[in-house]
Design a protein. Structure first.
Length: 461
């Protein structure tokens, strides 16, 4: 978004970095910090998408929100929001480096208007318990139209022959929405496969039907008539020195809830929900200096809500949300400390909302876009870093312009030049700050060419 950048919260960022660095943990191994490794991953996309059902307390109304599950549109989003996220988030090889490390903390933030930032914070901290057991605490925070504060604790038992089991759960202040997860898989030097089952909102019925929440604390009660379970699978595998694949998938087994006012049990609605994500990546390394790949991801969510006898007619609709991306990328390391990263994707985002009662406004929306980035990077293993990138979001609204929540029409072509400088403090801490130059001729900015600012850091141990 085009805006004067709000001052980045550097004091908070650096304070967090210093605190973690002072823990005195051992430095990561060279295998964990090889900055010349040319790989990309879909793990970040899969995790962010998975959290849309694993953590539903991220918007007003929580799991009962009328906004749906994918939460792609919001009154605060303008036509440059997608491009702002491309600029502010971590790049392809940075993303891969984060997901191949077992521990660390990272933060990113970008200006979206004169007042606000979008930002994300992730922490993962494993502790070895001995005899193959590990416990890991994870914290995911996001300040966007999604407002997330999500804590998870998981245990893992790994056998030297390759098999492992995992179990754990989420910790939330709103107790009915805590989840439980269990599963297992196999891991060896060539890759990993894992399958887990998550019981979503595992304590909901024990609280609302067993303990019976006093209506003075909770006007609305939620009962599961069909429990919510979700299966998640991942596979990553190398085939020789050149070929690598990733696959991610998840499906929420159809669930049904009844939400009603405790003082009037026939008010409210029944709601059925379905969710699925599928993603894949194929990658070929042409040697140590050049890698190319292709990726695809697809997400679909269905919310079917029907009013109870004394319910509102507005609570009688079916909402279908879908996002699909198909793209490719190239990673090139032409000489010492110099890198080139480029990717482009074709994106489609349809959304349909149909009111059976006729009391609401039907939505039949779809947009398509070419989204991408081409970046030249200078990265010394210790010392100065600099990036320059050309970024695009060329978006057309195929139908339903203005039917989804947004500040303005999303049908616009956005292009910019992103400039960044930063520093590598060895292999443990990297920090970057960036400035964006408008190339598409925005006519409402108060500073010519200025298209916002952003920053990020990553800390590993």
């Amino acid at each position: 978004m085009t805006a004067s950048a709000k001052g980045m919260p550097w004091m908070r960022i650096l304070a967090a970095a210093v605190i973690v660095a002072q823990l005195g943990l051992p430095a990561p191994t060279l295998a964990q910090t090889d900055t010349t490794t040319l790989h990309a991953t879909i793990k970040g996309w899969a995790e962010r998408t998975w959290l849309l059902i694993a953590d539903r307390s991220t918007t007003a109304g929580g799991r009962l929100t009328e906004r749906g599950i994918l939460l792609r549109f919001h009154e605060q989003i303008d036509a440059e929001y997608v491009l702002d996220n491309v600029s502010a988030r971590f790049g392809l090889t940075e993303e891969y480096a984060w997901w191949r490390r077992s521990s660390g903390v990272r933060y990113w933030a970008g200006s979206i208007n004169h007042q606000d930032l979008v930002s994300g914070f992730e922490l993962k901290a494993p502790v070895e318990l001995g005899q193959g057991w590990t416990v890991t605490a994870r914290f995911d925070k996001e300040d966007t139209p999604i407002n997330r504060d999500f804590v998870r604790v998981g245990f893992r038992k790994q056998w030297s022959s390759g098999p492992f089991i995992v179990f754990g759960g989420s910790l939330e202040a709103f107790k009915p929405e805590m989840d439980l997860t269990a599963g297992g898989g196999f891991r060896d030097p060539h890759g990993e496969a894992q399958l887990t089952l998550t019981w979503l909102d595992a304590f909901n019925d024990a609280i609302y039907q067993g303990l019976v929440v006093y209506e003075g604390f909770a006007d609305t009660a939620v009962d599961y008539e069909k429990q919510a379970f979700a299966l998640r699978a991942l596979v990553e595998r190398r085939f020789g020195p050149h070929f690598r694949i990733e696959a991610e998938g998840a499906v929420q087994i159809p669930s049904r809830i009844r939400a009603y006012r405790q003082a009037a049990p026939d008010s409210g609605f029944r709601q059925e929900a379905k969710f699925a994500l599928v993603g894949g990546l194929l990658e070929w390394a042409f040697g140590r200096r050049l890698t190319a790949g292709a990726f695809i991801n697809w997400t679909r969510a269905v919310t079917d809500r029907r009013q109870l006898v004394q319910g509102r007619p507005e609570d009688d609709y079916r909402l279908v949300e879908e996002t699909m991306r198909l793209g490719g990328y190239a990673l090139w390391h032409p000489m010492r400390a110099w890198h080139i990263e480029a990717w482009v994707a074709r994106e489609s985002r349809p959304e349909r909302r149909t009111f059976r009662s006729g009391r609401g406004t039907d939505v039949d929306y779809k947009d398509r876009a070419w989204v991408g980035q081409a970046a030249l990077l200078y990265r010394a293993i210790i010392g100065f870093r600099a990036n320059a990138a050309f970024e695009i979001d060329l978006r057309d609204v195929i139908r339903g312009d203005g039917q989804v929540p947004a500040v303005e029409s999303l049908a616009r072509n956005n292009t910019r030049l992103r400039l960044e400088i930063g520093w590598n403090f060895g292999v443990r801490f990297q920090v970057m700050a960036g400035y964006r130059l408008d190339l598409d001729g925005d006519d409402y900015v108060d500073r010519p060419l200025f298209d916002g600012a952003h920053g990020r850091f990553a800390l590993h141990w």
